[in-house]
Write a protein of this length. Sequence first.
Lengths: 303, 284
Amino acid sequence: MSKEIGVLTATTDAILRKPERKQRDLLLRIALGTPLMVWQTAFFLVPLLLMFAMTVWIVENFTVVPALEWSNWTRTLTDPVFYGALVRTLITATCAAVVGVVIGLPFSFAVVRGLSARAQKVALVFLIVPFFTSYLMRVFSWQFMLADNGVLNVLVSSIGIRGVNLLDTPVALVIGYLTYSFPLICVILILSIKTLDHNLEDAARNLGAGPIRIFFRVVVKGLKPSLIAAVTFAGILAFGDVITPQVLGGGNFIMLGNLVVDTVKGGIDFPRAATIGVAMVVTIMTVTIVSFILAFPPKKSRS
Amino acid sequence: MINRRVSISTRIARIAMLIVGFGFLYVPILGLVVFSFNDSRFPSLPWSGFTLRWYRDFASNPDIVASLVNSLTVAVQVGFFALVLGSLGAYLVARWEFKAMNALLGFWIMPPTVPTLILALALLMYFNQLHITGTLTAVILGHTGLASAFVVAVMRLRFVALDPNLEEASVNLGFSRWATFWRVTAPQIAPGAAASFFIAMAVSWDEFVIAWFLSGFDTTLPVQMFGVLSGYVSPMINAVGTFVFAVTTLLVLAALLILNRPVGGKKPLEVERVHADELSRKEG
């Protein structure tokens, strides 16, 4: 009995103290949000802003000093090495992304349509684990798979075909980039194929559409946003990567990322590195915006 | 569910695609593991016998062992900071609705969407101004922002899955917020917290570019390995690689297994669906 009275008083107290509690709630909310907010501002937002600012700073006596000097931009934007790297990076990244989706699409269909619900879960785990694990090591292991006397060539020549050296070629670059992006591409595609209505394909077939027509008019149309998202993400991952060109490209292919690394590791010309970094950010943002518009075209207003 | 007849050729094509996809991801890893036990200076076929020599080399190399210890201490600290920061933030966005919530959440989970090279470059310039580049502290500071994004993403769904009435009841019964947290909330979210901790650790343990830019003489294992990679070729690298890979895989697998278990009486996928329903109701 006394226990129930205790509960009752506690509840009444709680109700009576409500305004005070609301104020305490606000304080609690601020206390919960502030640490991460401060952290992400101090160690993410401000550094990025500083990188933007540093593009107009200058190097004097081996130290970087604040200034408002546009020479970094004019120097970078008129530099053929920069343009060569930009075009090279864009082309290889796009190739890797497209190849990834072209292989990833039938693979993802095989996972969704060919495996039981339980096996699909396992397949997803086996895709998520490599996305988090040792990209550096996985790229490195391709090095001895692809090398002149590497595993692939030994296997191929044992069945009588003359092997080719794939290391330090664009093919090796695409393979390296896909090591990173393929799991992500497949997870995106698998999740969206699961939502695709299989009956639509049957309906199209019953109405007399051929397989090619079904593929483009039903499958590609239904998956369009995720296909674009997969290409974009894979492209961005490759665009910002420095490991693959270094490990599998043998330094033959200077990508934008490697240009940044060389500038930073070679001295303290941070303003120049910042300019290339900002150019990369601008490129990535442009690509993201364009693909978003492509994926979700603004509805034309028809009156 | 309609039973669809699947032709033999379709079945074969599906199996072939599965082999190609998973083979592409796992054959090189398998090669790495296999050659770490191969008794030959060159990682190539034919197989020349089993040895643990490369693992002994690895264990007796003071530079590598030092960087291994560095990597572990960095990863544990990053895991701890990311868990605390991320959980607090996740609790806020899961429990209270407010106008700027989506913007806040978007900002908090943004770091992984920026290429690590850009992040590393920006942090290098920033820490250089603060004179803390070339230290493991810089690496910890850099990794924590990245890792806490994953913690926020995981923990938010965990908190959403909890019944807020339980906390409300506890507070109404006169318990303080603090007591409520430790007695009602914490026991229920402990598995999710463990999973987030493992993921945050894995992110840091494995990260290369940021650590490469920010660390100095004292460095982490991936950076040390990269030095060996571009220096001399020794099969020891396969042994180190296998070890790094095994640790990350264990961390990520443990996290995924924990997250796959039911929370608050609901299956994880249901939680996401309930949450999605809630969101669409809010928007609708």
